[in-house]
Design a protein. Structure first.
Length: 301
């Protein structure tokens, strides 16, 4: 088994076609097919099922592909660090809708000091954060655990060969517009919030209570509005006096100074951290991003 064979398998899976993969790899289709067949004979099972309509990856092939991607990614990191030192650097992170995580990305980009790079930031649904890290779309994912979701989330992460690393803890705050009737309170209870719409991020088809970005996902809200992005949530806070429950870490540079975080009476501890693939080597840009995240530990209200 060779690294080249592993990269061939990954390319075929990405293209969904032996012919397209051969074109992308600049080799003949028969040569590519022969190389993959040799690998399948060596490992004792079919990675792909071939038909006139193309190829389909087998269940055993799916598992093999996961390991192949891990090996290929680790090799790429080694090459970037020790061989191709002047090549374009890459880094991608996925996150729940945290302003501070976006701001940490901004600060990381400012400090990399490289002439060429290709970075990506994905502010998205919880399950997509997990999927992006699992499938190598992102090196790291930022999310939270608490007493309610920890058991289920830990199981999901373990099944996807991922691990959670805690960075800091914070209490629960009510995030609302500074013109909200309750904005000047020193502390707010869930009872006082009943007459105002709770704003939550829609989790799409994976709409489990355990994947919610907000704590108290099982609370019986009288009024709740779900939205897909942070800008819409902020607009609804102003237009409808809505609110959301959050970590309380405010980044005025990105959200502006028109919003406030007020302690919640029924607070729950949130453990903010990042997920990564088990056993993976974190890149230098990943390490820098983590350092920027840790800086927000001192900003916890």
């Amino acid at each position: 088994m060779t690294l080249q064979q592993l990269r061939y398998v990954i390319t075929i899976a990405d293209c969904g076609s032996m012919n397209e993969a051969a074109k992308k790899l600049f080799i003949s289709q028969p040569s590519l097919s022969g190389t993959i067949k040799e690998l399948e004979i060596e490992i004792g099972f079919d990675i792909f099922l071939r038909s006139n309509r193309g190829i389909v990856i087998t269940p055993e092939g799916e598992e093999f592909l996961s390991y192949a991607k891990q090996v290929s990614e680790q090799c790429r990191l080694l090459e970037d660090k020790y061989i191709e030192k002047k090549s374009k650097k890459k880094f991608s992170v996925s996150m729940q809708h945290y302003t501070f995580a976006v701001k940490a990305f901004v600060e990381m980009v400012k400090k990399v000091g490289m002439e060429q790079y290709e970075f990506a930031v994905h502010e998205t649904k919880t399950y997509e954060v997990i999927e992006n890290v699992k499938n190598f779309k992102s090196e790291l994912g930022v999310l939270y655990l608490n007493d309610f979701n920890e058991q289920v989330m830990t199981k999901v992460l373990r099944e996807n060969s991922l691990e959670f690393v805690e960075l800091f803890q914070c209490d629960t705050y009510v995030y609302l517009w500074s013109g909200h009737p309750l904005a000047n309170r020193e502390i707010i209870s869930m009872k006082e919030l009943e007459e105002y719409p709770c704003l939550a991020f829609d989790q799409g088809k994976n709409n489990s209570f355990y994947l919610a970005e907000e704590v108290k996902s099982t609370y019986d809200y009288k009024r709740i509005i779900k939205a897909n992005d942070r800008a819409t949530i902020l607009n609804l806070m102003i237009g409808l006096h809505g609110y959301t429950l959050c970590s309380g870490i405010i980044c005025e540079e990105l959200n502006g100074d028109d919003y406030k975080a007020v302690p919640l009476v029924e607070s729950e501890t949130m453990r903010i951290g990042y997920i990564k693939r088990k056993g993976s080597i974190i890149s230098s840009n990943g390490e820098l991003y983590i350092k920027e995240l840790i800086n927000y530990k001192d900003m916890v209200l």
